[in-house]
Ligand binder design. Structure first.
Ligand code: XIL
Length: 337
């Protein structure tokens, strides 16, 4: 039988297809929950595991919303990507406005990682340990973590995450570093240095928030995946969305579908690429219109949860990839004799 959901097709191919998720919508919108678990075999908490929401006061954690997502994932046999332990955005106020000594900064960071990664130890497939630490020119971003601790904060974060959850695959995650260029060179340099120092890092997350007329060429994304693979690293596309100018046309939706398909193809062809996650379930709740004025329609289900051409493009490529893997099945060429 030909799979007729993204999830079934990804399962058949041994691939992970994910979506960023908001636990607040699970109860409120039955269609949201059924699309999330029906179409995806992996989820990422879109916000609730970030330090601001999960650690609102120095001595207080709010695990409830993240716990709810973990329960949903377990009930529906979905993997979870933890997102994210160390980032300069959505940091708790108590954390971001302090003038601590480097030692104090480091122990705050390590305590946070121990508490959050420790709580979910054994249940998270992959953690985005550090998010967006590289600037556009490839240098280290002047984040509060860099200013507070110095460049060793990255290494310390990965070591602390590994200690808290030895089973999780640990990722460095960033945007604008999907193709080739100064920023992805900077990421490559960073992860190579971490590996040289025996830091427990297993993968690089390529966020990939792109717009229809400005995106990394899929061929370059493939080359970037390959060079990360040569370091022994896994890669995942972690936050894909392709925003369109408003109002959107049929032609734009078709071009969006083509790009979604081409990016998935790059991932499926790369032996070290294990997952592709969309940054949301449907256009109804996407972060895009709130952040990019005049842009919308970035995901593969529309605001009424109807599949868009991009959905069909993803499904088709996943089905084809599954057939290629299992010769003799529908659409595949016969095995060599
Ligand atoms: C975004 C969320 O989607 C929004 O709801 C929130 O208001 C801001 O953050 N890179 C990341 C994600 O790593 O965590 C961001 O998510 C999008 C950019």
């Amino acid at each position: 039988m030909i799979p007729n959901t993204l999830r079934a097709a990804a399962d058949a191919r041994g691939f992970r297809i994910g979506a960023a998720a908001d636990p607040g919508l699970l109860e409120m919108e039955p269609e949201y929950a059924s699309t999330l678990c029906g179409q995806f075999n992996m989820l990422t908490p879109e916000n609730v595991m970030k330090s601001g929401p999960i650690h609102p006061a120095s001595d207080r954690y709010e695990f409830g919303p993240a716990d709810a997502l973990m329960r949903f994932a377990r009930r529906h046999d979905m993997q979870v990507r933890g997102h994210t332990l160390v980032w300069h955005n959505q940091m708790a106020d108590w954390l971001s406005h302090r003038s601590w000594t480097p030692g104090e900064w480091r122990s705050r960071m390590e305590e946070h990682i121990a508490a959050v990664a420790g709580r979910y130890a054994g249940q998270i497939a992959a953690w985005d340990v550090v998010n967006e630490a590289i600037a556009d020119d490839g240098s280290l971003r002047a984040s509060p973590w860099l200013k507070g601790i110095g460049p060793t904060y990255l290494e310390s974060a990965f070591r602390a995450a590994h200690q808290a959850d030895p089973a999780a695959r640990l990722f460095y995650n960033d945007y604008g570093a999907e193709g080739l260029g100064a920023k992805s060179d900077g990421v490559l340099h960073l992860v190579r240095k971490l590996l040289d120092r025996d830091v427990p890092i297993h993968g690089v997350g390529l966020q990939m928030h792109v717009e229809l007329n400005d995106y990394p060429l899929p061929g370059q994304v493939a080359d970037n995946m390959e060079r990360l693979g040569r370091l022994g690293l896994e890669v995942q596309i972690t936050e894909l969305d392709v925003r369109l100018p408003q109002p959107c046309s049929t032609a734009a939706l078709e071009r969006q579908a083509q790009l979604y398909g081409d990016i998935l193809d790059a991932g499926l062809a790369a032996p070290n690429c294990t997952a592709l996650t969309l940054w949301g379930v449907s256009d109804r709740h996407s972060w895009v219109p709130g952040f990019f004025h005049g842009w919308d329609h970035a995901l593969v289900f529309d605001a009424e949860y109807r599949p868009k051409p991009a959905y069909h493009a993803l499904l088709k490529r996943l089905v084809q990839a599954g057939c290629k893997d299992r010769p003799g099945e529908q659409g595949a060429s016969p095995p060599p004799s």
